[in-house]
Design a binder for this molecule. Structure first.
Ligand code: GDP
Length: 446
C-alpha cells in the first residue's frame, strides 16, 4: 500500500479531519504528526458529531490504529477526557497508541500561554496571536529548550520528578504555578493509567510500511501557519507541512507516495495575521453563517474570505502536493459568481503569484486581484443523491470548471471533493480533472 500525508493548505479548519477519516477507510495506521489540543478535527458520523483534539482521526474506524505521534504535544488529562468521551459514546473503534517521544503539556504551560498572550497584547494589541491558550507554544518552547517532559517520563516517577524540578527552575517568573509536588503526584497517576498506550511508535510504523500496509499521516493546523514558512509571527509553534509530518512521525521521505493538500473552496482564518482575501462585509458574514465558521475548539467566529490561488500555489510548491481535496463547495452553492484571487499586486506595482513574502507586514499590503468564476447551483438533497449515485458525472459543469481551474493554476489535480459535512459527502473524482506534470492519478471511486 502506501504512505500518504494529509495537510491543511490554508489557515486551518479546512476539514482535514473529515478527509482523513474518509481516507482512513483503507488505512491500517493514522498518525497525528504535530500540534496538540489546539486542533479540533470534526467528523460527522451517523451517531453524531465527534471533535478529535489529540487523537488521530483513524480511531473511529475498526482495524485502524490511531497514533498520537512524536511531533505532538499532549495534555494527558485532556487526553483521558477525550478517550472517556469516545468510550462512553461507544465510538472508540480503533486502537490508540501514544508516542513515548511526544512532549507533555502541563497546567503551567496553559498559565504561561495566557500570561504571554496578555503580555503581547499589552505591548501592542495588534500583536495578539489569538492562541487557544492551551499551552501549545510554551510546551514546544520547552521542548526546544531541552527541559520539557515527554510521555515516557510520566511512567517513571524518579525521572519525572527530576525533569519537573529543572522545569520549575526555569519558570520562576511565571505567576500562579501549582505546587511542584502536587503536580508530580498527579502526573504519575495519569502516567500510570496511560502507560499501556505509551510506546515507541517509529519502529511500529517502519514495520508496517515494510509489510506494505497503508499509513496516513494527518497534519493539524495548516501549512500557512507553519512556524518557519507561514505568516510569522502569526503562526503555530510546530511544522504543519509535509516535511513536518515526517519529523512528527519518524517516517523517511523516501517512503511517501502522496501528499494531499486540503483546502476549502473559499478561505477562513482564526486569530490575527494577514489575510488578503478577507471579506469583512455582508459576504463574509454569509460565508460564516452558511459555512458554520466557528472554531471547533474555541467556538470563536472565523474570519472569512475567498479562495486565494497565490497561497495555494505556494503551499503546493512548499509541500510537493500530489493532489487537492477541495472541501465545502456546497457552501458556495447558489452564488451567481464565485470570486477567486489569481494573484496579488503590491504597492510598488510588483505582482506575486506563488511566493509569499517572509514579512507578514508585506503580505498585509498585498491587494488580491479577483476573477469572477461562474457559480454553481445550491446543493439540495436531490443533487447530493445524484452525486452519491453517479459520482463526478453528476457535478454541475461550472463546479467542474472551477475545480479544473484550481488544478491548472496550481499544477496539482483535484482528486477529492467535499460537498457536505456528512461522512458520505466526500467524492473521489474517478476521472482526473486536470492533466499536470505532477499528476500520477489512478482511476477509481470511493
Ligand atoms: P479540521 O480541523 O481541518 O478538521 O476542520 P474543522 O473540523 O475545524 O472544520 C471543518 C468544519 O466543516 C466541520 O464543522 C465539518 O463538519 C465541516 N465540513 C467538512 N467538510 C464539509 C463540506 O464539504 N461541506 C460542509 N458544508 N461542511 C463541511
Amino acid at each position: 500500500m502506501s504512505v500518504r500525508i494529509v495537510i491543511g493548505a490554508q489557515f486551518g479548519d479546512e476539514a482535514k479531519g473529515k478527509i482523513t477519516d474518509y481516507l482512513a477507510a483503507d488505512a491500517r495506521y493514522v498518525v497525528r504528526t504535530g500540534g496538540g489540543p489546539n486542533a479540533g478535527h470534526s467528523i460527522h458520523l451517523p451517531e453524531g458529531l465527534v471533535v478529535l483534539h489529540q487523537l488521530a482521526s483513524g480511531v473511529l474506524r475498526h482495524g485502524v490504529t490511531g497514533v498520537s505521534g512524536p511531533g505532538m504535544v499532549l495534555n494527558p488529562s485532556r487526553l483521558e477526557e477525550e478517550l472517556e468521551d469516545l468510550e462512553r459514546r461507544q465510538l472508540l473503534r480503533g486502537e490508540v497508541v501514544l508516542s513515548d517521544r511526544a512532549h507533555v503539556i502541563l497546567p503551567l504551560h496553559e498559565i504561561e500561554d495566557a500570561w504571554e498572550d496578555e503580555l503581547r497584547t499589552q505591548r501592542d494589541p495588534a500583536a495578539n496571536l489569538g492562541t487557544t491558550r492551551r499551552g501549545i507554544g510554551p510546551a514546544y518552547a520547552d521542548r526546544a529548550g531541552r527541559w520539557g517532559l515527554r510521555m515516557a517520563d510520566l511512567t517513571r516517577p524518579a525521572v519525572l520528578r527530576a525533569r519537573l524540578d529543572l522545569l520549575y527552575a526555569t519558570k520562576a517568573q511565571v505567576p500562579g504555578l501549582p505546587p511542584q509536588e502536587e503536580l508530580a503526584a498527579q502526573l504519575s497517576e495519569v502516567g500510570g493509567r496511560l502507560a499501556p498506550l505509551i510506546r515507541p511508535t517509529e519502529p511500529m510504523l517502519w514495520d508496517a510500511v515494510a509489510r506494505g500496509e497503508s499509513v496516513l499521516l494527518e497534519g493539524a493546523q495548516s501549512a500557512l501557519l507553519d512556524l518557519d514558512f507561514g505568516t510569522y509571527p502569526f503562526v503555530t509553534s510546530s511544522h504543519p507541512t509535509s516535511a513536518g509530518a515526517l519529523v512528527g512521525s519518524g517516517l523517511p521521505p523516501t517512503e511517501v507516495d502522496e501528499v494531499i493538500g486540503v483546502a476549502k473552496a473559499y478561505a477562513t482564518r482564526v486569530g490575527a495575521g494577514p489575510f488578503p482575501t478577507e471579506e469583512s462585509g455582508p459576504l463574509g458574514e454569509f460565508l460564516r453563517r452558511v459555512g458554520g465558521e466557528r472554531g471547533a475548539t474555541t467556538g470563536r467566529a472565523r474570519r472569512c474570505g475567498w479562495l486565494d490561488l497565490a497561497m495555494l500555489r505556494y503551499v503546493a510548491r512548499l509541500n510537493g502536493l500530489t493532489s487537492w481535496a477541495i472541501t465545502k463547495v456546497d457552501v458556495l452553492g447558489g452564488l451567481e459568481q464565485v470570486p477567486v484571487s489569481v494573484r496579488y499586486e503590491l504597492p510598488d506595482g510588483s505582482t506575486i503569484r506563488d511566493v509569499l513574502p517572509s514579512q507578514a507586514e508585506d503580505l498585509a499590503q498585498a491587494r488580491p486581484v479577483y476573477e469572477q468564476l461562474e457559480g454553481w447551483p445550491e446543493f439540495h438533497e436531490r443533487l447530493k443523491e445524484r452525486i452519491r449515485r453517479e459520482g463526478a458525472a453528476a457535478l454541475p459543469a461550472s463546479l467542474r470548471s472551477f475545480l479544473e481551474r484550481v488544478g491548472r493554476e496550481t499544477g496539482v489535480p483535484v482528486e477529492y471533493l467535499g460537498y457536505g459535512p456528512g461522512r458520505d459527502e466526500t467524492l473521489r473524482l474517478n476521472v482526473p480533472l486536470t492533466q499536470t506534470t505532477r499528476g500520477h492519478r489512478s482511476a477509481g471511486s470511493g
